[in-house]
Design a protein. Sequence first.
Length: 203
Amino acid sequence: MITATHTDSVRALVRFFKALADENRLRMLGLLAGRECSVEELASLLRRTPPTVSHHLNRLKEAGLVQMRAEGTTHLYRLDAEALRSLSKEVFTPERMASAAEGVEGDAWERKVLRDFFENGRLKEVPASRKKRLVILKWLADQFDLGRRYTEREVNEVVKRYHEDAATLRRELIGNKLMQRESGMYWRVPDVDEARSGRRWTY
């Protein structure tokens, strides 16, 4: 479910990047970072008309990047450095940036890999790409029951349902820490994300 907090974070990010996606606004922020300026001063410095400058300043105000104060009949603008620092701390965190992807199906790429490499329930080939091969191995590990111990013969039997080279795939499962082996017995190691979500991949 997409929460209100998630929606607010995404909107804040969109406003910020839209505000900065213009050369004139970037130059304005550079000037306002050094001193206060009026619309007329900015227009003269940037060689733009006052209405154009006012338009850009409004966009920057909406994004929370500039402040305005009145001095008589003149409006003076400056960079809101504190708001910029706050935005950096509160919005531009890995967690908040990742939240922008909420609502996007995270398993879509993995499922495509599985569709590409399986045909009629059999693995056509072991991917050369390490990243794709790990997707296959995670799916293969998922075919073993958690908490159950398997003999090597039983591991081979499960793997051979999907590919003939059981020895290679068995070693890959161990090497990628998807299964463990001790005293001739094998068991599956739960994936962290799977343990949290209860996920079982399908394709």
